[in-house]
Structures are given as C-alpha cells and as structure tokens.
Design a protein around this ligand. Structure first.
Ligand code: B12
Ligand code: SF4
Ligand code: SF4
Length: 504
C-alpha cells in the first residue's frame, strides 16, 4: 500500500488492511470511508491510524473508531486476540472518540523473524471489520538464502502432494492465503440476501474473507478434492419415478466432513514433521478444514489449480464435479500453483436444468431458491410456491451436476461414500414410516442425520405431495396428519390437498 493512501475498495473488499508488509517502517495513514463498499455502508466512518515505530521490530499503533463501536470492548477483544496469537508483547489501543492520540508506552520488542498483529472490530448490526497487519520478516537473508528457502518449500510442497495422492485425494494444489478477488462477490451475495436463513454465512463473512483470522500468519492454503461419485441406481431413473426418494449422491454414504478431515489431518501431521527439521524463525501452525469453518473452499480450489469454477458455482474438473473439497491453512510460504483453464465455454445446461431457476446467472446461485438449501438448511416451512418444483428430492439436489457434460467422465469415488441403507432408491412411503429412533439409528454417521427427523419428514411430505396419487401414498400421508408438529401437519395437509385436487 502506498504511503498515505486511502483504503480503496481493493483493500476493504477482503476486509484486510495490510500495510505493514509493504510499507514497513513508514508511517501510514489510512482513512476508510463507508461509501467504499456495500458491506460497510451501515458502519460509521472509521479512522485507523497506524504508526509503526521506530527501530525495526518495534510496533506501535493507535486507532480511532467513532461512534459505531464499543471501544472498551473492542480494545479488550483486540488485545486478547493479539495475546492469543503469539504477540504477547503487542499492545492494542482502541479509542471510541473522534480524537486519536498517540498512546504512550505501546511499543514492544518483536521476535526475530517478523511478527503479525491481527485485530478485530465488531460493529453494531453484526457487521465485522477486520484489519490485519504484518511486519515483514526482518531476517531476510542474502539472495542465496532466499533461493535455498524457495527450493526447500518447493520440496515440502511436492512431498505433500505425493502423500495426498496416497491418501486418495484426486488432486492437491497450493494457493496463497488470499481471497481478495473473490470476497467482493461474497459480500454482494450477502447484501442481496441470497444466503436466506444461513445466518452463519453473514456472521462469519469477515472470517471467510480473511484467512489470517482463522489462522494468524496463514500464508498458504493446501487445497484438496476427494471424489465421492458412488456406484448407485441411476440418478435420473430415480428422479423420474415419483414414488422413490431421491437423495443427493453426496449423502448416500458416510459423512464426508469426518473422512476428509481425518485424511487432511494425516497430511497436516506429516507437514509438521517436515517443518520440524527446517528450523524456522517463526513458529509453524496449520489447521485443516472441510466445510467445517468459514473458508472460501471453491475459490481456493480454483486458485490452487485443482478445478475451475463451473457456472453452477461448484468446482469442476475434466473428471466432473462429484468431489468434496478440503483445505489446510498453513503459515509456510509454500509456492502457489497456477489456476487451470475453464472449460464451460458457451454451455449453460446447468442453468437450464435447475428445477427452481436458482442459478440466477452464471456463477450466481440464490440459495433461497436452491432445493439443497430448502431441504437441508431451511429450518421452517418450505415456501408453498417452491414445493411442486422439488419433486421427489428429499435431501439435497444434483440436477445441475447430473446434466453437466463433464460428469460423463466421472469415475467411482472413494469407498467411504458407498451407498448405505439402500438410500439410492427407496420408496418414499418406507422412509416416511421411519420413527425418530429408526432415523437416528439408520443414519448414524450420515450427513443426513443433522437435519433431524422432523425436517426429514417435512421433506418427504412434500415429495409425497408431488408423487402420483396412489392409495399407499395417501395412507402414508394420513398416518401423520395429526403429528404434534404444526409445521409437519401443515406440510402433510398441503400434500393431501394436492392429491384430493388431482383425483377430483
Ligand atoms: C453455503 C453453501 C451452500 C449453499 C449455497 C451454495 C452457493 N452456491 O453458494 C447451498 C445450501 C445452496 C449449497 C448447496 C450445495 N452445495 Co454447498 N456449500 C456451501 C458452502 C458452505 C459455502 C459456499 C459459499 O461460500 N457460498 C457463497 C457464495 C457467494 O459463493 P459462490 O456461489 O461460490 O460465489 C462465488 C462465485 O460464484 C463468484 N461469483 C459470483 N458471482 C459472480 C459473477 C461473475 C461474473 C464471476 C466471474 C464470479 C462470480 O464469487 C463468489 C465468491 O467466490 C461450501 C463450503 C465452503 N466453506 O466453501 C459448500 C460447498 C460449495 N457445497 C458443496 C456441495 C456438494 C453442494 C451441493 C452439490 C449439495 C447437494 N447435492 O445438494 C449443492 C449445490 C448447489 C450449487 N449449485 O451451488 C461442496 C461443493 C463441492 C464441489 N464440487 O464444488 C462444497 C465446497 C462443500 C465441500 N467442502 O465439499 N451449498
Ligand atoms: S442444486 Fe438443484 S436447485 Fe440447487 S442450483 Fe443445483 S439444480 Fe438448482
Ligand atoms: S453444465 Fe455446462 S455450464 Fe454448467 S458447469 Fe457444466 S460445463 Fe459448465
């Protein structure tokens, strides 16, 4: 960042203000204005004054944050954050008035090898602004040393990729821990309310956009994909048979969160061993994720060159999109791979195939319309207008992938995701008869279990309402028309009314 520059959209979009690594040793004045980005327009003007002092390896800074923030609370949080993040000497001052003044006695000696300070400011209306600063490594060696380091990190990266292949990952790539280019799209998606009731998407937006808040000092991201396409009854055939339940292919077997993370943990353990022999100036840290934390997984997969982003927004390869993603955040400056070329071309089959027109434009899904959201994430009633479009999809939806030409090249994925309980083609009436105990026992270890028995029944009631009328379907629905849950009763009543209407 240039000296005395304003924080522009480029900087704020990723919620990351990072002057010190580039403007080291220079007094930098930053003015952040609320008009710069949608995310911030509810936030009062902010001034952040950064004063890195004096001898190298000493840090001092002072911030003035007006009105919108609870300064005391912020200062405590920020100080706590700094302490927790291995900057025990760092002092953080946050002043809730309009007159910033230099804090005395705030500088502290830094450890050799550079240091990083991360602090967080929570505004009213749940908006969060994060600033992260990094002081460059003060022990930069001579050119030869740097070249040696690059070679060492490249060797570590290759070893990780080799082990990852052994662990069953179809591809492993490395990205920089930076999602600055993607973050504005996330903010726009949130601003448009496309996350619906997924409050965690809004609440943790800043963490998602700023990897260093999940792992202070994160420099690289190891991105992996694990294929899951199971040997199962043909998906389209099940969709065409209204008496059968369609369960997304990803949920027919074991819960992927555990599988992916366990394998990533092995990679991370290996990485730790490798790093132990490197004698780094800074402490090493890493964390593994697979849909388990606010991480921009698809963007990392894209950046790391293990996939491109399809117009359905999912990561896609020449072997298709039936894979899960996972990541290791690391403080090692591993060499980043290059993104691969995109191969969607003029195709728009996924947009046309979507039953609810949830892919509102290429690369843009409105979750509120997506059957995956309606059947998995939404807690309350499914909007009546969307129910007929859901068909027999009782958990998730695959239509935008089933139609994708690249999925013709998919191979059977990891055995962990093999079909359990005949979930690939079970009659709706059978699943609707499961008691809560049956549900919990049969779906132990399945991702489906997390929606709970009530939402499971809600989804099946909708599918039964869409099924061709038959005595068995009416009988199944009638068996639950007096259910204690008003929400389920209403869905059952809706389904029965449809059958009454269709049979005259
Ligand atoms: C929230 C979420 C959902 C939501 C919202 C989906 C969505 N597209 O956003 C719902 C519940 C609907 C959902 C559904 C599904 N999900 Co989901 N989901 C996630 C989650 C947790 C976050 C995704 C996210 O950040 N969305 C926010 C929006 C803003 O991001 P985005 O749509 O990807 O938008 C980006 C780009 O499209 C781009 N962009 C936007 N507009 C524009 C315009 C232009 C011109 C350009 C160039 C770019 C661009 O910028 C955005 C930011 O990078 C991720 C896990 C993770 N932590 O990343 C899994 C994840 C994406 N889901 C996954 C899966 C498997 C699914 C389903 C297939 C499940 C199913 N069978 O039912 C469906 C597919 C629906 C679909 N077409 O997306 C997998 C995808 C694996 C893969 N192959 O890519 C992930 C990665 C989980 C995992 N670890 O494996 N999901
Ligand atoms: S998962 Fe289904 S509803 Fe969601 S975008 Fe894909 S096709 Fe549309
Ligand atoms: S269906 Fe076509 S546009 Fe959609 S992701 Fe596949 S190749 Fe891309």
């Amino acid at each position: 960042m240039e000296d005395k520059d304003e924080v522009g959209r480029r900087h704020l979009a990723c919620s990351l203000v990072r002057p010190l690594d580039q403007a080291h040793g220079i007094v930098t004045e930053i003015l952040a204005k609320p008009c710069i980005h949608e995310l911030f327009w509810k936030v009062e003007p902010i001034e952040i004054k950064v004063i890195p002092v004096y001898p190298r390896n000493h840090i001092n800074f002072n911030q003035c944050i007006r009105r919108a923030f609870d300064g005391t609370d912020m200062a405590e949080q920020a100080q706590h954050g700094a302490d927790q993040r291995s900057f025990p000497g760092a002092k953080v001052a946050v002043e809730p008035d309009d007159h910033p003044r230099r804090q005395q006695g705030r500088q502290s000696a830094a450890k050799p090898g550079g240091r990083r300070i991360v602090w967080k400011m929570q505004a009213e209306s749940r908006l969060v602004i994060i600033a992260a600063m990094q002081e460059g490594n003060s022990q930069t060696g001579a050119d030869g040393g740097v070249a040696d380091q690059h070679a060492t990190y490249a060797t570590v990266a290759q070893k990780i990729k080799d082990l990852g292949q052994e662990l069953g990952f179809a591809s492993i790539g490395i990205a920089r821990a930076d999602v600055a280019a993607a973050a504005p799209w996330l903010m726009r998606w949130l601003a448009l309310g496309r996350h619906g009731e997924m409050d965690y998407m809004a609440k943790h937006a800043a963490l998602r956009a700023t990897p260093q808040l999940l792992l202070p000092g994160a420099l690289s991201v190891i991105s992996v994909r694990l294929p899951y396409w199971p040997a199962a009854v043909d998906g389209q055939a099940v969709l065409d048979d209204g008496q059968l339940a369609y369960v997304s292919r990803y949920a027919l077997g074991r819960d992927y969160h555990k599988t992916v993370r366990q394998r990533l943990q092995k990679l991370a353990d290996f990485l730790r061993q490798e790093v132990a022999s490197l004698e780094l100036a800074e402490p090493f840290a890493c964390r593994v994720f697979s849909d388990s934390a606010p991480v921009m997984e698809t963007d990392f997969a894209r950046q790391a060159g293990i996939a491109w982003r399809g117009k359905h927004t999912l990561s896609l390869t020449r072997d298709g999109s039936w894979h899960f993603l996972g990541e290791i955040y690391s403080t090692l400056p591993l060499p980043a791979d290059a993104p691969i070329a995109e191969h969607c071309g003029h195709c728009r089959r996924c947009l046309d195939a979507c039953p609810t027109a949830a892919i509102v434009a290429p690369y843009e899904v409105d979750a509120r319309l997506c059957i995956s959201y309606l059947t998995i994430e939404l807690h309350g009633a499914i909007p009546v207008a969307l129910r007929p479009l859901i068909g027999n999809r009782i958990y998730g939806c695959d239509d935008c992938q089933l139609c994708c030409p690249w999925n013709r090249f998919a191979r059977i994925g990891d055995p962990d995701f093999a079909v359990r309980n005949g979930l690939d083609a079970t009659p709706l009436t059978t699943l609707f008869a499961w008691s809560e105990e049956d549900f919990n026992a049969r779906l132990a270890g399945s991702p489906i279990r997390r929606i709970g028995h009530l939402r499971w029944l809600r989804n099946i009631a909708v599918a039964l309402g869409n099924a061709p009328s038959a005595p068995a379907i009416i009988a199944a629905l009638s068996s639950r028309q007096d259910d204690p849950s008003p929400m389920l009763r209403e869905h059952v009543a809706w389904a029965l009314a449809r059958h009454r209407a269709s049979t005259g």
